[in-house]
Each structure stands twice: as C-alpha cells, then as structure tokens.
Design a protein around this ligand. Structure first.
Ligand SMILES: [Ca+2]
Ligand SMILES: [Ca+2]
Length: 668
C-alpha cells in the first residue's frame, strides 16, 4: 500500500511546541538506548544514556560483576526529539558475552558482544524477500512458523486497457509469475523492484565468494547459484516477464484493480492486471538487466540468462528513447480506462535520473560511448544525492565509481570526480553525528525514514571502501545501531530481532496467518512526523519519536522490499567484514546446502578437498571478491590447493558427476 510518500521533498518536522515534561515518555530500563542485536568485538561500541550520570558501568549478566566503567560523555541536546543524549563509548571493552549497561539506577536491555553479531540479521534480512515471494508456497521446515500456501500464480494476467496494443489488445492473457510482493500488499511494481534488485545485486557483488556460501536455509534451487543470487533471480525473471517482447516496453505494475483485504495470498483471487507501459519502469528494467548481464556473464550456468538480460536491456532502452514521456499518472489514467486502478502508483514525473541510471549500466555493460553521452554522465553532481525509488541517479554514479577500470572514452577520469562527490555526501552524514543526541548520521523523519537511514549507511560504507577512512566505516555501523535500537523510540526496527521489536506490522501475510509473531527479518518504515495513517495513540508528534507498533499505522509500520534491501546490504557487508576479521583458526563454516558433502582439511600451505563417494574434476581456492587464487583439475579423489596466505577463503569444487559445492575456510 506504500504509495508516493517516501520521497525526499518532505520537510523535516520543525517543532515549535512547548517542551514536554521530561518524564512523560520515560520508562524504567528504557533510558539507555543500545544496538539490541549486538556489537562486534573489535569495532566501536556506542550506547546513549538519556540521563546525566557520573559514569556508565557494564555489568556481566552471568556474574553480575562490573567489567567496565567510565565517565559519561558530554550531553548533546537534540531539539527534534526534545532529548539530551550522553554518549557511552565502551569500544575498548572486547570480551564476548552478554551484559547490561547501568547509569545511576537505570539498567539497559541486554548488550551482546560477539565476533559476528549480524550473521543472523544478514540471513533474515535477505530471507524476508523469500517470505514475500509471489506464486510460491512457503514450505516446512524452511519457513519455520510461517508456512503458507502459494498465492497469485500470475500465469493468467490480463492486459489492462491502459496497456493495450495491436498485438496485445485489452484483456489479452499473459503469464508473469514469480517476483516479490512489494510491501504489505500483494502488488508487484517494477519501479520499486528496480532499486531493490539493484541493491541486492550490489550486495552480492561486494563479496561474491562470501555470499556464494551464505546459507539462508531455503529449499535447494536448481543449478549451482547461491541462495542470495537465487533470491535475486526470483525477482529478476519476473521483471523480464513484464517486458512486452513485441516492442521492449515494460508494464508499470502487476496488481489487482484495488488492494485486497488482509487475507492470505491464496485467498486473494481477484483478477490481476498489467497496467500501462511507463518510461520509468522500462528504464528501471533496462538498468537492472544491464547490470545483471554484466555480473552474470562470467558465471557459466548463468551465461544464457546474461545474454537475455543484455537483449532485454537494449530493447527497453530503445523503447524508452522512443517514448520518453510515458509518465505513470494513475488519476489521469483512471479518467480514460476501466477498471479503475487503486493500488500503489509509484508515480514519478522526472525520469531524467532513470535515463542516467540505465545509461550508466548500459555503458558499463557494452562499453559503448553513446550511452555516456545519451545519459549525460560526463558531469556528475558535486555531492551525490541519497538513493530512493524515485531518484535513482545515485545508483548510476555508485556503479560508475565502483567500476573505474571500465571508465573509458568520454568517461575517462570520471572515477576520481565521483569519489569526491560521494565523499562530500558521506562527510556530511558522518559529521551529523555531532549534531544530535543519539549520535547518528541523520536521515529525515518522513514516510519510509528507516530506508533513508539504511541507504545512507550504504553510502557511508561505500565511502569507506574508496577512502580507507575508518570514520566512514564507523558511521555506517552507527547507522545500523540506529535501526537496531539506538534511537528515540527504543525499538529495534527489524521483526524478530532485538529485545523490543515490531509485532504488529502492516503486512497482509503476517496479519492473516494466525501466527502471533510477524514474518521475521522485515524492516518497518519507521518514525514519520507526517502520521498520514491518522492512527490514534502515537506517543509523540516529534519526528524521531513518531512511531507506533500498530497494524493500521501503515505510514510507520508497513514493510517494503526497497526498505529491506538497504538493510540487507548493511547487515550483509558488515557480516562479511566481521567474518573475514574473525578469530583465526580452521573453522570452515557449513555454507551452501551442498557443502555438507564437501570435506576440507588443511596441511601446511595446502587445502585438501574431497567429497565422500564422488570423484572431483576441479577445485578452486577463491578470495572473497571472487578471484581464483589457486586451481587444480583432474579426476583424483581429493584435490590439493596451494594456499599462500592467511584469512578467509572459499573453496569451490566440481565433481565428475557435475555436483558443485562451495565452503568457506579460515586459514591461520
Ligand atoms: Ca525519477
Ligand atoms: Ca501473524
């Protein structure tokens, strides 16, 4: 049901109300705000006390002993929340365990310190997409408590009058199965799929070998792709099916005419339509499929999909160039065509950024300079904008600066300029931490605010990657802290995580399944001063506190794929980083489903791979960025790989019968 509201032209709520009594909102044990999921052993650890006190103590939950104690930082008033925050910086404490922080008489929720605090969050934030699959049954045991029947097969979808063409007149039946439900409703929207799929592709590309071996505990897929790639493909293949093969144009969305009631997917059986081809949707498909074509071309099992994606991208681009003003405007459309359509519109009057994004991806994939010119890519902005479904230009710039080796022709030398543009934005976000009581890189408190914070965490992470400046890396972690509880509401905003998380999300399956706990791993929209849902009972009108855990409060408590995607990115890159820098020793992690069949042993300087009952034909030792460091071929029962370095690697083997398996290994 998420509409046009999580945009960036909404002003911050400027509060001129009288100061509320300080104790109005206060509750015992809620005066210390922490990252409720966990802190990494060797990273910064920040909590916020809302009370001034002489000192903060860290108390071991098992022994009740004080294990760390220091003076509180200076108070930082924050008028937006009418709070003053005092920083508790316990980064020097590095012993894993479960603790509580104490300031005066206030005692925090449990504080967890571990080597890989975001492992389960990383898995769950990706698996949330699996839980939101259309045309798909969630089966036991993979779905846990949230088993459900398949809904919306979408093999017989009608062409809406707004999308009729000579070859596909009104009510033509087409097939467009798969994909993800967009949000709390059962619609499938190309525009929002575009940025969401890009973000997950970008996550995969950040550390491919790592994500090749990250298990999501989902059913086996065909072929040797990883669980993350498999999830991406589930939506990408749907997106491709939304393109009219006759002309390359892409339908804006696939939905019922009106939103369904809060029923399970298989109970929503109203007719589904593909609606009007739009320039924005067509360019978003061009961008995503051009990116996928580039990423998949060196994966043998995906080579033909790569070719299809490239063809789809080019024909979409050509359609958009010929139809640059096919703007999706639902109210105008409804004046001309029946049935009336009332689902989310994802309207966007400015498609210049969509042209830039598609052009950038096509340039990188084809190396044809004409795309650089057509997309006006030679003049980047002095500061990169924040990502959103409606403004995707930053996706173009991020992909260009991530592929400096491909910047040729009129884009030669652009990479350095783009680095500076990114650092300008990241510097501002990083410095925000000194201007608010919770020490957070600031987003804004409008519809979908949590996605703004998460996306800014992504920008900060990228800034760290290009600069090696750890202040950006720390700021990206503090963005995760914000989402996981160090905020003015005291909620960890991800279902099923932390000690206080949303229970009543605006999400049809969670509402209708009869299971008390909501589907896990979903990020809610978050604090929003607009309160467009007109719910009664908000604790505050102040933006940072304007949140209510109520199913009816769709403007703060809905979920959406474009909100979960940047959470998955942040949790994922941090999970990979924490795993990579984890304790030394040989502790290979069971990874992909097939890896249970793979045995690894190490001897000095070598790794021996074998599979019980199978002869191997090939073994590879890969770095985490997917480079092959060592490779052996042959039909021997076990293959020895020469390992020259220490750290985290991936071993990938292929058996004579075609079975492929991969496993992570940490070499001392
Ligand atoms: Ca736009
Ligand atoms: Ca439920």
């Amino acid at each position: 049901m998420k509409g046009n509201h999580d945009m960036f032209n909404r002003p911050l709520f400027a509060c001129a109300l009288a100061i509320a009594p300080a104790l109005l909102w206060a509750q015992s044990s809620e005066r210390i705000r922490i990252n409720q999921v966990g802190y990494a052993i060797d990273q910064i650890k920040i909590a916020i006390s809302l009370d001034k006190g002489d000192s903060a103590s860290l108390i071991d939950s098992a022994t009740s002993q004080v294990v760390w104690k220091e003076a509180l930082g200076k108070g930082m008033p924050w008028s937006d929340a009418k709070d003053t925050g005092y920083v508790i910086d316990f980064g020097t404490f590095r012993t894993p365990g479960t603790y509580r922080l104490q300031v005066g008489k206030e005692i925090s929720r449990p504080v967890h310190i571990t080597a890989t605090p975001f492992l389960e969050l990383s898995r769950a934030s990706i698996k949330a997409f699996w839980y939101n699959r259309s045309s798909y049954a969630l089966a036991s045991p993979w779905a846990g408590s949230w088993v459900r029947a398949a809904g919306h097969p979408d093999t017989a979808v009608r062409v809406h009058a707004s999308a009729a063409t000579t070859l596909r007149p009104e009510n033509t039946i087409i097939s467009s199965p798969g994909g993800w439900y967009d949000a709390g409703d059962y619609g499938k929207y190309i525009v929002n799929s575009g940025i969401s799929t890009w973000t997950l592709l970008h996550l995969y590309e950040s550390t491919p070998a790592f994500f090749d071996t990250l298990s999501l505990n989902v059913p086996s897929h065909s072929g040797p792709t990883s669980d993350l790639l498999d999830e991406i493909l589930w939506n990408l293949r749907w997106m491709l099916s939304m393109q009219d093969p006759a002309d390359g144009g892409v339908y804006h969305k696939l939905t019922t005419a009106q939103f369904s009631a809060f029923v399970m997917p298989n109970k929503d059986v109203a007719t589904r339509y593909v609606v009007q081809k739009s320039t924005a949707a067509t360019l978003d498909l061009a961008a995503v499929s051009a990116y996928a074509a580039r990423l998949f071309k060196d994966i043998p099992e995906l080579a033909s999909l790569s070719d299809s994606c490239r063809t789809a991208a080019l024909s979409a681009w050509n359609w958009a160039r010929a139809n640059p003003n096919s703007i999706y405007d639902q109210s105008t459309m409804n004046k001309h065509f029946m049935p009336l359509i009332g689902t989310g519109d994802y309207g966007d009057n400015d498609v210049s950024d969509e042209f830039q994004w598609a052009a950038a991806e096509l340039f990188l994939t084809t190396q044809a300079d004409s795309f650089a010119v057509a997309g006006s890519l030679t003049k980047p902005p002095s500061a990169l904008p924040w990502p959103s479904w409606q403004d995707v230009s930053v996706l173009a710039w991020l992909d260009l600066l991530s592929n400096k080796n491909l910047l040729s022709g009129s884009l030669s030398g652009l990479g350095t300029k783009l680095d500076n543009s990114l650092l300008t934005t990241a510097k501002s976000l990083r410095n925000d931490r000194s201007s608010n009581g919770y020490r957070i890189p600031m987003g804004g408190f409008w519809w979908g605010s949590n996605s703004v914070f998460a996306n800014n965490g992504l920008l900060l992470w990228k800034a760290w990657q290009i600069s090696n400046d750890t202040s950006y890396r720390n700021a990206s972690l503090e963005t995760l802290d914000y989402l996981l509880g160090r905020n003015a509401t005291g909620y960890c905003f991800v279902t099923g995580f932390g000690s206080r998380s949303p229970k009543h999300i605006h999400h049809r399956p969670s509402a209708a399944d009869g299971v008390v706990a909501p589907d896990p791993g979903f990020l809610v929209g978050g604090p929003n001063s607009g309160q467009e849902d007109s719910c009664v009972g908000y604790p505050s009108k102040l933006g940072p506190k304007s949140y209510l855990d109520d199913q009816d409060c769709y403007s703060v408590n809905e979920v959406a794929i474009n909100w979960n995607a940047p959470l998955a990115y942040l949790a994922g890159v941090w999970n990979a980083a924490n795993t990579i820098s984890g304790p030394a020793g040989i502790h290979s992690a069971a990874a992909s489903k097939l890896s249970t069949q793979l045995q690894l042993t190490t001897q000095t300087g070598t790794v021996v791979a074998s599979m019980a009952g199978r002869s191997l034909s090939q073994a590879q030792l890969l770095s985490l960025d997917g480079r092959i460091l060592s490779r052996v071929e042959g039909p021997s029962a076990s293959l020895s790989l020469h390992a020259t370095a220490s750290g985290l690697f991936v071993v990938r083997v292929r058996a004579m019968d075609g079975t492929v398996a991969a496993q992570r290994i940490v070499l001392p």
